[in-house]
Design a protein around this ligand. Structure first.
Ligand code: AMP
Length: 182
């Protein structure tokens, strides 16, 4: 079983749910930058107050904020981990590579989960989080295509990408993921 994983895919595809399930089963550290940022927002730290406004617009929070959050946590993990929602752009991916080289923990696999835009929008509207209003959702999809989707090519060049369909229910997606990762 691969131990150091990265989940890629558009907002609404089920990354967070699937990441949590897999981490529980395989005892991996689940590192979701979105969850960590929402925790900062909930405790109204200065970082959280700054991030909330950006998140509610569907923009990306600054690379330096996100990198400091990730760096602290990865440095303390010596077992496996799963990165969910990070990296979100090429600059974050490059910074991650430097960090992973330093701690000698290369990525084993990048799992790309895909789903058609209209299904993503439907799912997100049904979820109803603070940043799940239709205009914000559509903007997050654009940000994904412009900034995050280029990472697919980047990791393909390293031969790391495995693609699965995000269609169907939680169980169906989960079993597809496990088959890929054996
Ligand atoms: P998520 O929970 O991954 O959908 O992220 C929710 C929001 O948090 C995003 O729309 C961004 O505003 C912010 N965010 C999460 N992860 C990152 C990241 N790696 N870089 C920049 N912003 C992020």
């Amino acid at each position: 079983m691969k131990q150091r994983l990265l989940f890629l895919g558009p907002p609404g595809v089920g990354k967070g749910t699937q990441a949590a399930l897999l981490c529980q089963k395989q005892n991996l550290l689940h590192l979701s930058t979105g969850d960590l940022l929402r925790a900062e927002v909930a405790s109204q730290t200065s970082l959280g107050i700054e991030a909330a406004e950006i998140m509610n617009r569907g923009e990306l929070v600054s690379d330096s904020i996100v990198l400091s959050i990730v760096e602290k946590r990865l440095a303390t993990s010596n077992d496996g981990w799963l990165l969910d929602g990070f990296p979100r752009n090429l600059l974050q991916a490059e910074a991650l590579e430097v960090l992973l080289e330093k701690i000698n923990q290369p990525i084993d696999a990048v799992l790309l989960i895909e789903l058609a835009d209209e299904l993503l929008v439907e799912r997100l509207i049904a979820r109803g989080r603070a940043d799940d209003k239709e205009t914000v959702i559509r903007h997050r999809l654009e940000v994904y295509k412009e900034k995050t989707a280029p990472l697919i090519d980047h990791y393909n060049q390293h031969g790391l990408v495995m693609t699965i369909s995000g269609e169907g229910d939680i169980e169906a997606i989960s079993s597809r993921i496990q088959q890929k990762l054996i």
